[in-house]
Ligand binder design. Structure first.
Ligand code: PEP
Ligand code: MG
Length: 885
């Protein structure tokens, strides 16, 4: 197996093996762009290293060969004292994980080659010593786990001793002394000297990059972004070029379009006389690319040309890292760039207009998760709140919360259920847990390409960065004469970059206004709304899956219909019995005589009929699946503990309240240890005579009433929690009788009768059950609960964190369908059900119906529709379209 690829040998389609960075460096090399020579060590080599703790067989000699080639190409040897080749060692996984893994620059420098480097740079001692101290710092931190602050402190001391503020004000002598100080820090923490052998440095740096795949923050990032844990990272070894050789050098980041809005143009940041990660780290405030035009027109023009080439080649927005070394432009990285949700849609629409992609491809360029972000509310500025400051709107959204200043505090408060805004001078990868926990992020330094901005955009988190009039302290920040302390509430607008004191109210986003029918896409000059309209319309044309909604009120049904729902897939009737009506259900369940029970049912019947009529009206002409009542009893009965205490207290006072005593006895009688596995669903219908009958009658009567008004009701009666066909047959026989009675001479209305498939036994006997069911709807919430044996109400908080940590699953199976296990049950039931009854209608109404990955799964197994909450209907429409192209 080949473990090392020269840049000439790879291409952009080898991301699995070479990682994104390596594959794209190879692609740029092949395009003839100015990429410094180098080679990539594959993800396979990383995986083997992580598995065995040593290099894969043959890797070392392959590195030897490629290093020799690189030395030949550059005409220099690694770390040669008189004329050293220096290299960077950079991680690069298949999926971009900004700043999560490691990089070591300037490998090859030591006490001798530092002089050679100075000579190469025309006698620039300052540059050489600065490069050396950076190597010790990065190597110490990354390879040997020396605490970064120790180096920061030494640098700080050096500046203080000299009485200067900026790194660039330290001269060669100061930096030489700093190298001495850094070496002491190194020895103190590692117990040995900083390694002087260049090849040893290289090997250690490569291993450290391999190991960084499993660094805590990388693990956390992958979990957040649902990146598989077993991919490994590639390692890129690249000849160093220097942006810190003086004012005719520098380093920068550029986008071929605005990653915030998608507008075409020149976007990016540039820092003169700086190296590597300085721009992304947000250490100094950057210049815009237009400034570069003024500083170095030749490089600027070349950069523009290259950007055009890259966009043409990749047919998408690209982001780029470049360095200018004494007026010569070098490309260090490119990739199809991360972008905001809004930009994803607008760029896709622009590319269609430009004839670069077609509508089908546009569907692959956006996701349901991005659409979900666009449906979040925006600030309502009608009360004209005045902003305390304005930074760069780096990742859109409207967020408010209590101010916190450390990632740790953000995590603590979020665990208490609080909304927080993380305020930092700049963020670094260690802040990731806090960024995940926070509603929004505010920084005082760094541009649109700073770590905070890039990571927040990737996560869809609101972020304002570079608010440079903010003075950020450890427990407060000031802006002008306003002081904001930890715990104070601020509001952050990631679109405009404005920051407000207190909580600014929010209003629906424009995309929601569009779905609501309040914004006409033909009429609006809002390019985002136009783009969303165009793409989702195409998704509707392409998709095979229908999308229904879970709704149990007229208002929800109406909204879902506006959002594009093609019917109701689940109306949970037990939701109609909460609130004021709970007592009626309680009376029914606890009834001791037929008369008591009939009274309670008679009271419920007209209420139910009115409920159903309202829903049928809203969904006129579309199917409405009404599920017969499925109440976990404990939700409807008074709490046993409270009641027992109340009666005990009454006894203490010598009282005997008959009602309470009877109630207590009844609740004791009905008490269940596992209510979710107890008297629910069809079981309750079989135990309490008249309950299902009352509901069926109400459904049939409501349907007849709407038909009489000239409407077109399409009811479907669904029986919950069926595990055996006999259960369904019993309910069905009774229901058919009632429906026929209600129809009387009028002929009535067609009503389908079907069942939920949510008990594993139902899935495994689907062939039998289909004999008695005109449709199946998979209840993947219960099916997941019962397939795994996980109590759906308890486990997420209790131990899922550990399962996620161990990688037993990458995401809760209640959130995204477990294709291998629960999904298999769905597949079996779909196949056997359809074999027994061709044309059997199949849907899904568990929470998974609105989850993007799950929608793709349900498409693949051939269901007819998914059903989800109203707000997720557009997301399911889009994903169903994406699944079909
Ligand atoms: C299900 O179990 O997936 C379902 C839709 O029913 P409920 O969530 O009401 O139990
Ligand atoms: Mg269920």
């Amino acid at each position: 197996m080949k473990f090392v690829y020269d840049f000439h040998e790879g291409n952009k389609d080898l991301k699995d093996l070479l990682g994104g960075k390596g594959a794209n460096l190879a692609e740029m090399t092949n395009l003839g762009l100015p990429v410094p020579p180098g080679f990539t060590i594959t993800t396979e080599a990383c995986k083997q290293y992580l598995q065995n703790g040593t290099h894969a067989e043959g890797l070392t000699s392959e590195i030897d060969e490629h290093l020799a080639e690189l030395e030949n190409a550059m005409g220099r040897r690694l770390g040669d004292p008189s004329d050293p080749l220096l290299v960077s060692v950079r991680s690069g996984a298949k999926f971009s994980m900004p700043g999560m893994m490691e990089t070591v620059l300037n490998v090859g420098l030591n006490d001798e080659s530092v002089a050679g480097l100075s000579r190469q740079a025309g006698g620039n001692d300052r540059f050489a010593w600065d490069s050396y101290r950076r190597l010790i710092q990065m190597f110490g931190k990354t390879v040997c786990d020396v605490p970064g602050e120790e180096f920061e402190d030494a640098l700080h001391d050096a500046k203080q001793a000299k009485g200067v503020k900026d790194d660039v004000q330290l001269d060669a002598e100061d930096l030489r002394a700093l190298v001495g100080a850094y070496k002491k820090v190194f020895v103190k923490h590692t117990g040995h000297e900083f390694p002087q052998d260049p090849r040893d440095q290289l090997d250690q740096a490569i291993e450290a990059v391999f190991r960084s795949w499993n660094a805590d923050r990388a693990v956390l990032y992958r979990r957040q972004e649902r990146i598989p844990a077993d991919l490994g990272t590639a390692v890129n070894v690249v000849a160093m070029v220097f942006g810190n050789l003086g004012s005719d050098s520098g380093t920068g980041v550029a986008f071929t379009r605005d990653p915030g809005s998608g507008e075409q143009g020149i976007y990016g940041d540039y820092l003169a006389n700086a190296q590597g990660e300085d721009v992304v780290a947000g250490i100094r405030n950057t210049l815009s690319l237009t400034e570069l035009e003024r500083l170095d027109k030749k490089s600027y023009d070349e950069l523009l040309q290259i950007m055009a080439t890259l966009e043409g080649h990749y047919r998408d927005l690209c982001d780029i890292e470049f360095t200018i070394e004494r007026g010569k432009l070098w490309m260090l990285q490119t990739r199809v760039g991360k972008r905001t949700a809004a930009a994803a849609f607008t760029i896709a629409a622009q590319l269609i207009d430009e004839g670069v992609i077609d509508l089908d491809e546009a569907l692959t360029r956006v996701t349901g998760a991005q659409l979900a972000q666009l449906m979040f509310p925006r600030f309502d500025l009608s009360s004209e709140p005045s902003a305390i400051t304005r930074g760069i709107g780096a990742s859109p959204g409207a967020a408010y919360g209590e101010v916190v200043f450390t990632a740790q505090r953000a995590v603590e408060l979020a665990a208490e259920g609080k909304q927080v805004i993380l305020v930092r001078r700049e963020t670094n990868p260690d802040d990731l847990p806090g960024m995940i926990a926070a509603q929004g992020i505010l920084t005082s330094r760094g541009g649109k390409t700073s770590h905070a901005a890039v990571v927040a955009r990737g996560m869809g988190k609101t972020c304002v960065c570079g608010a440079d009039d903010l003075e950020v302290g450890p427990s407060s920040f000031t802006v002008g004469n306003v002081v904001v302390n930890e715990g104070d509430v601020i509001s952050v607008d990631g679109t405009t970059g404005r920051v407000y004191l207190g909580e600014v109210p929010v209003r629906p986003s424009e995309v929601v206004q569009y779905f609501e029918g309040e914004l006409d896409p033909a009429d609006t000059d809002n390019p985002l709304v136009a783009a969303v309209h165009r793409i989702i319309t195409h998704a509707d044309e392409k998709r095979r899956l229908n999308v229904r909604t879970n709704a149990d009120t007229g208002a929800d049904a109406a909204r879902a219909r506006r959002f594009g729902a093609q019917g109701i897939g689940l109306c949970r009737t037990e939701h109609m019995f909460l609130g004021d009506r709970r007592e009626l259900v309680e009376r029914l369940i606890l009834a001791r005589t037929d008369a008591e029970r009939d009274d309670a049912l008679a009271a419920l019947q007209p209420l139910q009929r009115a409920d159903f009529l309202e829903i049928f009206r809203e969904m006129n002409g579309l199917p409405v699946t009404i599920r017969l009542i499925d109440p976990p009893l404990h939700e409807f009965l008074p709490s046993l503990e409270e009641l027992a205490v109340r009666v005990a207290v009454q006894h203490e006072h010598g009282q005997h309240v008959e009602h309470d005593e009877q109630l207590l006895a009844a609740v004791r009688r009905m008490h269940e240890q596992n209510p979710m596995l107890g008297l629910r669903g069809v079981r309750l219908g079989l135990v309490i005579p008249g309950l299902f009958a009352m509901q069926v009658r109400a459904i049939a009567e409501a349907a007849v009433a709407l038909a009489a008004e000239g409407g077109n009701p399409r009811p479907e009666i669904m029986v919950p929690l069926v595990g055996a066909v006999q259960e369904l047959e019993t309910v069905r026989a009774e229901a058919e009788k009632i429906i026929a009675e209600v129809a009387g001479d009028s002929g009535g209305v067609d009503i389908l009768i079907g069942t939920m498939i949510e008990v594993p036994r139902a899935a495994l006997t689907a062939g039998q059950i289909a004999e008695a069911a005109e449709f199946f709807s998979f209840g993947t919430n219960d099916l997941t609960q019962m397939a795994w044996g996980f109590s759906r109400d308890d486990v997420e908080g209790a131990f899922f964190w550990r399962y996620l940590e161990l990688g037993i699953f990458g995401i809760s199976p209640f959130e995204s369908i477990d294709a291998d296990g629960v999904g298999r049950l769905v597949k079996i039931a779909a196949e056997e059900g359809r074999a027994a009854r061709p044309g059997l209608k199949l849907g899904i109404c568990g929470e998974h119906g609105g989850d993007p990955d799950s929608v793709h799964f349900f498409h693949q197994v051939g269901l007819d529709y998914v059903s989800c909450s109203p707000f997720r209907v557009p997301i399911a429409r889009l994903e169903a379209g994406r699944a079909a192209v």
